[in-house]
Structure formats: structure tokens, C-alpha cells
Ligand binder design. Structure first.
Ligand code: FES
Length: 249
């Protein structure tokens, strides 16, 4: 019978800018429990071994999107990465790739927040109807049209998985495009043309070569790669119409 595993080693990336110019790796021995996820192990380190370790988390249930890190080389939600599902040997925990590291496992997401705002991820109306006329109603089919894209939790795993974003940080990126699509497909929204203009700019969707890694990394099955391809088709159709004598202005 193989010996029962009682502990596991976490090899954790550390970066304390006040004392190091480069990230280093620190190893911690933590209890191995079947029901523990990597986030539990990090919290054990923080509470029992080394209170100086910094990382983000909040809900512990795959909703807030704040616990994204690179686990054994893959972008993952640490609250959904079970220790028991990792290959035997030390578990490597690093910050999300392609984002500047603020401290240890905490990355700076300013770039994403700026890009997200650019695509107007809210319902745009040319004119609001008076409150007295009641709410905007939708059929189940109208809801289904955008529901998948509305599941995005802004965890940024898709950016960390995207080789285009890694090479060209001006790329607006998978989640921002998926969220643009979430509102474009909402029957209450009238901002699609504005968003199309924004995304058609040089740092928009044309840089995506449909590698599909973003969709594989998404813990919520949002399919950002599908959103990007849909958007490319819409944009091409729009461009074609503008060439016609009776085309759109
Ligand atoms: S802690 Fe909220 S998604 Fe992981």
C-alpha cells in the first residue's frame, strides 16, 4: 500500500519590492487534506507559517473572481483548484502571467479596468423610457442570447492564458470583448454601434488569431474566443454594408 500523504509542498512566488529586485520562490510545507483547495493551503501559510504572504481572495466559491493565480503553470481560480487533483510533488503557485506584480501573488489589474471601461459594459439607451411605463421586459430567448457572456466574473484567467495579450499588451483582450458582446446582445441595449467602433480600432479584436486558450481557461464557460469571432463577423458585415451605395452611414 502506498504511504498516506499527509503534507504537500507549496512553492510560492514571493516578491517584496522593498527588499527584493526580482521575484524569488519560497517553499512551505502544508497539511494535505482531500477537501482543501490551493486557496486553503495559502490561507494556512498566511495564518500559521508566514503572515507576510500576500494574495487576493474573497468569496471562496468561484464568484468574486479575485483569487486567480498560476497554479502549476496554468491560470486557475485557486478556490477551485483541489490539492488532490494536482500531480504529486510540489505545487507551484505564481501570480497571473502578463500582469505587473504588486507584491507576492497580487497583480496590478489597472490595465484591464481601463480596457473594460472602454467597451461600455453597461446598458446604453438613446433615450430612457419614463419610469411610469415600467421595466424593460425580455423573453426567455432574449435572455438566453446574452446569458452565457454575462457569467464572466472578471477573474482575468483569460488574459493570463492569451498569447496575443502576452505579446501585445495593447490588445483589448478576451473578457472585455466578451462583456461588450454581453451588452450588444441584450435586447434592451442600443450601444452596439459605439462598441463596434471602439473594438475595431487597432488594439481591438483583429489582433486575435483565435488561439482559443481564453475559452479553455475560463472557469465559467463564457467562451470569449466565440465572442471575438462573432464580433469579427459583425464588424466585417458592417464594413461591407458601408461600401454599398445604399449602405449604412
Ligand atoms: S475566492 Fe472568489 S472566485 Fe475564488
Amino acid at each position: 500500500m502506498p504511504p498516506t500523504v499527509t503534507t504537500v509542498t507549496l512553492d510560492v512566488a514571493r516578491y517584496r519590492p522593498e527588499q527584493e529586485s526580482e521575484p524569488t520562490v519560497q517553499s512551505y510545507e502544508v497539511p494535505f487534506r482531500k477537501d482543501w483547495v490551493v486557496l486553503d493551503a495559502l490561507n494556512y501559510v498566511k495564518d500559521q507559517l508566514d503572515g507576510s504572504l500576500s494574495f487576493r481572495w474573497s468569496c471562496r466559491m468561484g464568484v468574486c473572481g479575485s483569487c486567480g493565480m498560476t497554479v502549476n503553470g496554468q491560470p486557475r481560480l485557486t478556490c477551485a483548484a483541489f490539492l488532490s487533483a494536482e500531480p504529486s510533488g510540489p505545487i507551484r503557485v505564481e501570480p497571473l502571467r502578463y500582469f505587473p506584480v504588486v507584491r507576492d501573488l497580487v497583480v496590478d489589474i489597472t490595465d484591464f479596468m481601463r480596457k473594460l471601461k472602454k467597451v461600455k459594459p453597461w446598458i446604453v439607451r438613446n433615450e430612457e423610457k419614463p419610469l411610469a411605463e415600467g421595466e424593460y421586459r425580455q423573453t426567455p430567448d432574449q435572455l438566453d442570447a446574452y446569458k452565457q457572456f454575462s457569467m464572466c466574473i472578471n477573474c482575468l484567467l483569460c488574459y493570463s492564458a492569451c498569447p496575443i495579450y502576452g505579446l501585445e499588451p495593447s490588445f483589448i483582450g478576451p473578457a472585455a470583448i466578451a462583456l461588450a458582446q454581453r451588452y450588444n446582445m441584450d435586447s434592451r441595449d442600443e450601444g452596439a454601434r459605439e462598441r463596434l467602433q471602439i473594438l475595431s480600432e487597432h488594439d481591438g479584436m483583429w489582433q486575435c488569431t483565435f488561439v482559443g486558450e481564453c475559452t479553455k481557461a475560463c472557469p465559467k464557460h463564457v467562451d470569449p474566443a466565440g465572442a471575438i469571432q462573432q464580433y469579427k463577423l459583425t464588424s466585417a458585415a458592417h464594413w461591407f454594408k458601408t461600401l454599398l451605395p445604399w449602405g449604412m452611414k
